[in-house]
Design a protein around this ligand. Structure first.
Ligand SMILES: [Zn+2]
Length: 325
């Protein structure tokens, strides 16, 4: 498919205000580097800017316990330096920035659902896929994508929403948000949990009760290559998506599965982000008018992150559609 898709870009300078402290891998420079890369490649002129607004905290209550949301607000207000787990560092602004991150993904989702853009890429932080109903972990405060998937179902009367998470870490928070349900398909490719944080996402975690079969975990061995991922896409991820026929596809887009990202041991090339994205867009073209909302999660080596993000966004635009077949 050679059509050029209209792709929205969610970004706000306030995302830089979430200060995680010296030496923390999930740092504001990640977004600065992406913005710079979009300028250098001219993508910033092709992308359609989407301005986020902070979400009303009550909108989070379907995904997070109200007392947890208050706990995050309080921890930030009181100047705590981390919350719940020592890796999840915060500053006084973090609560407001986290509300703006959720609001960003909501704005991207709504623009896509309203047909104002075909797809959206949300460069938000803090990331979200590790955030649980009642606790912060793995650099994540609120589960941006889970709130947006729920809002898509509620606001646009959708029956089937799919989330594909290719961050190298398992999206435990997202899985737990939906594992009892059959209206959200969660497909996650990640490094084998025996060898990597968060130690969840085994193959036999397939959903609970009526949600059984709607969680698809695809653990990848340390050292896994493009060929291994391609096989996992062809044999597991894509058939599951095609059977489910989503009305909206979210990508939980982490860029930490490359050989040059030190956060894990999976060894993808940067080109993997072109073909993985193109394959997912093909499914979206078949099932849901091409509607894709992609949300930034991890990716910590700035050179690798920016190159992979550029490749991902070009594939969302349909620049590199030929590699998908
Ligand atoms: Zn990750």
């Amino acid at each position: 498919m050679l059509m050029h898709m209209k792709v929205g870009w969610v970004y706000h300078e306030d995302y830089l205000k979430h200060d995680t402290g010296p030496g923390h891998p999930e740092r504001p420079d990640r977004l600065r580097a992406i913005v710079e890369a979009f300028r250098k490649t001219g993508l910033d002129r092709e992308l359609i800017p989407i301005a986020p607004r902070a979400v009303n905290p009550m909108k989070l209550y379907g995904t997070h316990l109200p007392q947890y949301v208050k706990h995050v607000a309080q921890a930030c207000n009181m100047g705590q330096t981390f919350i719940d787990s020592t890796d999840t560092t915060i500053c006084p602004d973090s609560y407001d920035v986290a509300l703006l991150a959720v609001g960003g993904v909501l704005a991207g989702m709504r623009q896509v659902m309203e047909g104002k853009v075909d797809r959206a890429f949300c460069t938000v932080r803090p990331p979200g896929h590790h955030a649980e109903r009642d606790s912060a972990t793995g650099f994540c405060l609120f589960n941006n994508i889970a709130v947006a998937a729920d809002a898509a179902i509620a606001e646009f009367d959708l029956k089937r929403v799919a989330i594909v998470d290719f961050d190298v870490h398992h999206g435990n928070g997202t899985q737990h948000a939906f594992e009892h349900r059959n209206d959200v398909l969660f497909v996650s490719l990640h490094q084998d949990p025996k060898t990597l944080y968060p130690g969840m996402g085994y193959y036999d975690e397939r959903g609970v009760d009526r949600g059984e079969g709607f969680t698809v975990n695809i653990p990848m061995a340390p050292g896994a290559t493009d060929a291994d991922y391609r096989r996992a896409f062809d044999e597991k991820a894509l058939p599951a998506l095609r059977e489910f026929k989503p009305q909206l596809l979210f990508i939980d887009a982490g860029f930490d599965a490359t050989a040059d990202d030190a956060m894990a041991q999976v060894s993808l090339t940067h080109d993997a982000y072109t073909w993985m994205t193109s394959l997912l867009c093909e499914v979206a073209d078949e099932c849901c008018g091409g509607r894709v909302v992609s949300v930034l999660e991890g990716g910590y080596n700035l050179e690798s992150l920016t190159d992979c993000v550029v490749k991902h966004v070009k594939a969302l635009m349909g620049h590199d559609a030929s590699v998908a077949s």
